[in-house]
Design a protein. Sequence first.
Lengths: 427, 251
Amino acid sequence: MNERATTEEFLLQDFAADNASRAAPRPSWLDERRRRAVQTFRDEGIPNRRIEQWKYTDLRGALEGQVAAVSPKQILHSDRNPFAAVSAFQLSIADGCSQVPSSQIPLGIEMFDLGQLDDGAPDWVRQNYGEVLSRSAMGEASLAMMRGGIAMRVTAVTTPPVHLGFLQEANAVHCRLLLVMEPGASLVLLESHGKGRGLINLGVELVLEPNAQLTHVRLADSAPDAVQVEEIGMRVARDARYRGHFSHKGARLSRLELAIELEGEGAEAELSGAIVLGGKLHADVTTHIDHMAGKTVSRQLFKNVAGGNSRAVYQGKITVRKGADGSDSRQTAKAVLLGTRAEADLKPELEILADDVKCAHGAAVGDLDADSLFYLRSRGLPENEARRLLIHGFLEEVVLEIDRDDVRLAVRDFLESGLAKALESVS
Amino acid sequence: MNMLEIENLHVVVQGQEILKGLSLVIRTGEVHAIMGPNGSGKSTLSYTLAGREGYEITEGRILYQGKNLAPLTPEERATRGMFLAFQYPVEIPGVTTMNFLKTALNAQRRARGEKELDAMSVLKSVREAASALNVPEEMLRRALNVGFSGGEKKRLEILQMTLFKPLLAILDETDSGLDIDALKLVAGGVNALRAPDRAMLVITHYQRLLDYIVPDRVHVLDKGRIVAEGGKELAHELEAKGYAGLARDAA
């Protein structure tokens, strides 16, 4: 109990000191909300493996010892931008702080720096901020201790993608992202995370009004010294469509959680992603899709590859509520292990309360197929190259889910380089 | 010169002895056929030659170009000119046929210390081979063997053989699952590769294929041993009498 108090309180004190030193604004309209967030974080504490949704991922264990050990700041790693070849409007968010330019923002997009959240915040921020993401311990922590972040409102069909590049040098950073898609608006959002160290806890709120379309592609590079937590809460209104892609190379511990509410008839969510790990890295993708209205559609395709001593986790829960008739849900998760010390966990879960629904799900963990490996070797491919080609093929199905050519190429390159590393750590 | 010499070969698969003293010599430039009933050890022989894991040589030896084959990995055998056309070619999702052909071709060249071919040169060679075998361009863009018909898979095996220019080609029941037109097409592709510096081992259950690929020698395999040998006429004799009849004669 002592230890527990220490880590939570350390984070709260660390934030308070940092906040005071920066003389950050304190909007009065947010005071009560913030107090409750602090309370929830204190009461529930950092999740541990006794909590069902965290049974494969020991966040508490990863943070104890790491965050409390005060270490000097390091120079930011010179990260390679995985979206370098994509022509996008780019914004860097370093330790939660960004410089929102006053010009050059693409037409149809408004941006607001959450680091300057004060009483002058626009209505669309005040209405949505802190209201979409579920009030879990880490989600509330990102609100209670927010250092900064970005709020965006999209009011039109936009063309150039917006790329948010997250960088980190501080010991512990809590950060928020709010995106409001007005009716009929569309956006391609690219999100990248570099090497980093320490804890980054990002809370993301996405609001898709009727007929809005959001394509979201997140690439997180390997970060062996970092603990990355990202919780995404999303509301998808009538006939709006969300397409999300999430590829990771893992961190000391990485947890990505998506909670999607398909709340209007005809709302759609399509998720795809891959985890490619080596070394001692750990990555966890946990999704919950809630079909709240009729004729809602969800698709999920996740493929994980684990080498070395790494561990890749996918948990996916689908709820189809009473009355959500005509809903259609598909979920596929597969994992390949590259060695005997790697681990993959797949946990699909279905909760169907409506009568007339289509649901299909499948999950499988396995080794590379011995027949395929022999076939390729008999054609002259050395064993490591044959393995690499087979895994490339395994991941390609996920890569092909991405519509845009430039982004698809970026994701393929990203995964290929991760694969080379994962295979290295297999002896 | 001998391309392949198999002496008193015993092979154990999953604790069971399948080949029980098989001997065979194929000279460079010759085409040999191995015929035999189901379970006689035909596929075991082809997998053993290609170096598949789990096919353990417990006695005897295989000499390929005068050298012991056993220590070589499957990929080393391939780069030294051995090619096995599979009875059941494997489907590889997510890897286009073209990408596979280029990767394999260049892996072999690299292992032999030759310069790798650029994408254009590979494309040119593949197109040449493909048109002769009636393999459409569209097939090359699809994932390797995924959703291909039996005939398409076999044609792609022969296309690979054409591309890799092996010294010893082993065709494992290449005729199975083919209709007569597909059979003729495949046989035509194989015959085009007959050359004085190349040897072939055609493994089949039926004599039909040997009407189109006429062998220099025919060996009959039964219960892991060669039980009869002869010229191409042996295949017809076998067709008339059946394997049982031939086994009686041999006894």
